[in-house]
Design a protein around this ligand. Structure first.
Ligand code: M6R
Length: 608
């Protein structure tokens, strides 16, 4: 996720755009850049790090009056965070400048074709191809050139373009990434969300996929790709600036749960082709993966729970042994690892010290390391042999939500990829692939009713002091993750057990003051789990549960329940995640805590 902003009109100073860009810093901050046009030329300035670094570097330029300008704050996806990879990107002539939020999936093919035609590239980004494509199609009409260029792109984009020979004009286009437009009597603005535009207007136009916008002074015109004029209604935005940053949600955590369909979509992008999973990132070690007899996984916290689901998935689907360790244990134990070993390290931040030390230890023994992370340029991404990015977008809430569901998405795909390398039947894998392709829509539907259901249940349960989460098979890691979410943001003591373990001790804890959160999807272990639930009921424990839609057997036993759509056994953890997260979220709210900033916790644990 990156942020883009553009401004044109009367008396614009560069610092005005920098200020607008700062409103988008939450979308990414590994580098920032600006392109502005005075009456003669387009100039580009960029800097690694936060927008403040750019502002300091600009110095006196901040005061310069310009005709139009565009800017970008980056969250790296293709190419490490660096000044060179920072936006805006330009064409060979330096006359065209482009900022982009999104991912161009076919940029490599386009890049090769353009290089053949003589274009010279200076960055590793997918975005730079857009500038060169526009150059290729430019014959004096910038809007036409942009319209032509976007027809060649597949993937997602929101772009803004300025050209030396078009002072005061900005051309913008979108497909799959957000873009908002607004204007007042003197100026027109575009941005990735409404926050920078609120200073100018409360009437916003939300660009739609396929739209091309032409901004000049105080004018906004919208066209289709073939040049037909389109009328888009504006929407009145009543948010203050703080709630606008959170997309109108009360907390980042809630916003990030609602980001999940889009994050899963981004994680899937480019990974499925011809009904097969592709991981180009793994090309260099695919031989090692096909030969290996055992895979090791290391991770902490929520990432560890995602790893547990992966372990079961790989054992079920690829018939390959997986050993998983919490990284803080792995780094101090005698690991049976050698040059044939594959170690998968999962870390959202890519900076967790224990996971990094585990990686270093495994590497010193000759293992090949696959890192799964959300942060391009993170330490783990630099030290691993191969890196798979989550592309979930920046997560601000300390509690992992959208990054957990994207970890699961990537891990299911990786499991399917490994199973294919191990010659598992296509039919078995196709089922997973087809279901994964539907996941963004399934989660979108779930989010249309889950908040109400979870709020009602939270009202019933938020006063309890303890919780016991239980599940079997794929639902046991879900129980662990549900309990972690609840304890970290609501400070209720919550533990998780394999449902079959209850009678070996934990059931002694239960009474009418100690409720049970039972995870009982309609999978191959349902009957076993249900009989454990009945045992807890006999101890007077109140039960809240998750089951499959329309499951009468479960609904007879559990009154306070959440129902999820039917899916393949292995995929239940993914579709259950929003419910577990939302239940914890509402309990935290009802207990009057701030779920975005849980006490004693940090987003990234860079100490031992
Ligand atoms: O960045 P990482 O994935 O390495 O972080 C690991 C844990 O610290 C993290 O998952 C933590 O448990 C979550 N914030 C919990 O929501």
């Amino acid at each position: 996720m990156c942020g883009i902003v553009g401004l044109t009109g009367k008396d614009i100073r560069v610092k005005e755009l920098v200020k607008a860009l700062k409103k988008l810093e939450y979308r990414g901050y590994d580098s920032a850049g600006i392109a502005f046009q005075d009456k003669e030329n387009v100039y580009v300035k960029k800097e690694k790090g936060r927008i403040l670094n750019l502002e300091n570097m600009l110095g006196d330029i901040n005061e310069k009056i310009v005709e139009s300008c565009i800017a970008h704050t980056r969250w790296a996806t293709h190419g490490e965070p660096s000044e060179l990879n920072a936006h805006p990107h330009t064409d060979c002539t330096g006359k065209i400048a482009v900022v982009h939020n999104g991912i161009i999936e076919n940029y490599m093919e386009i890049k090769h074709a353009l290089i053949e035609k003589g274009h010279r590239f200076s960055s590793e980004t997918d975005t730079e191809v857009i500038a060169h494509l526009i150059e290729e199609y430019y014959y004096g009409d910038l809007q036409k050139a942009v319209s032509h260029a976007i027809l060649d792109l597949s993937g997602a984009y929101a772009i803004a373009v300025i050209h030396n020979d078009h002072p005061g004009e900005i051309i913008a286009a979108r497909k799959g990434s957000p873009l908002v437009l607004g204007k007042n009597d003197d100026k027109a603005i575009l941005a990735s969300d409404v926050t920078p535009a609120l200073k100018y207007t409360r009437e916003m136009i939300f660009l739609e996929d396929g739209d091309i916008a032409h901004l000049s002074e105080n004018k906004i015109e919208i066209f289709s790709v073939n040049g037909t004029r389109i009328n888009r209604q504006s929407t009145l935005i009543n948010w203050d600036e703080e709630s606008a940053e959170k997309g109108g949600f009360e907390h980042f955590m809630l916003k990030e749960i609602f980001d999940e369909p889009q994050s899963i979509r981004s994680a899937l992008m480019g990974k499925i082709s011809d009904e097969k999973v592709v991981f180009k990132e793994l090309d260099s070690i695919s031989e090692n993966i096909s030969k290996t007899k055992k895979i090791n996984v290391i991770a902490c916290g929520t990432s560890y729970h995602a790893g547990l689901i992966f372990k079961k998935f790989i054992e079920d689907y690829a018939n390959t042994e997986v050993e998983i360790d919490v990284a803080s244990e792995f780094r101090y134990k005698n690991n049976i690892i050698d040059t044939d070993s594959i170690v998968i390290a999962i870390s959202q931040s890519g900076e967790t010290t224990d996971t990094l030390e585990g990686v270093r230890k495994a590497k010193s023994k000759g293992a090949k390391i696959i890192a799964i992370t959300n942060i391009v340029g993170s330490t783990i991404s630099r030290e691993a042999d191969a890196v798979i990015y989550l592309n979930a977008g920046l997560e601000i809430g300390v509690a992992a939500t959208k990054t957990y569901v994207t970890q699961l998405t990537i891990l299911y795909l990786l499991g399917t990829y490994i199973a294919a390398l191990k010659n598992v039947s296509k039919d078995k894998l196709n089922k997973i692939i087809l279901n994964m392709m539907d996941m963004p829509t399934v989660i979108e539907n779930i989010l249309s009713y889950a908040p109400d259901v979870c709020l009602q249940l939270a009202k019933e349960f938020y006063k309890y002091k303890h919780f016991m989460y239980i599940g079997r098979g794929y639902s046991y890691p879900s129980a662990l993750e549900g309990a972690l979410k609840l304890k970290e943001i609501s400070y209720i003591h919550a533990s998780a057990y394999q449902a079959g373990e209850l009678k070996h001790g934990p059931i002694a804890l239960l009474d009418d003051e100690f409720p049970v959160f039972a995870i009982v999807p309609d999978d191959e272990l349902k009957k076993k789990t249900l009989s454990n639930v009945i045992e807890t009921k006999a101890r007077n424990a109140k039960i809240v549960g998750i089951c499959t839609e329309g499951d009468k057997e479960v609904s007879k036993i559990i009154n306070s329940r959440i129902e999820v759509p039917k899916t393949i056994d292995a995929l239940y953890p993914l579709i259950m995640s929003p419910f577990l997260q939302l239940f914890a979220y509402y309990v935290s709210i009802l207990r009057k805590y701030d779920p975005d900033k849980p006490r004693n916790l940090a987003k990234s644990v860079t100490v031992e």
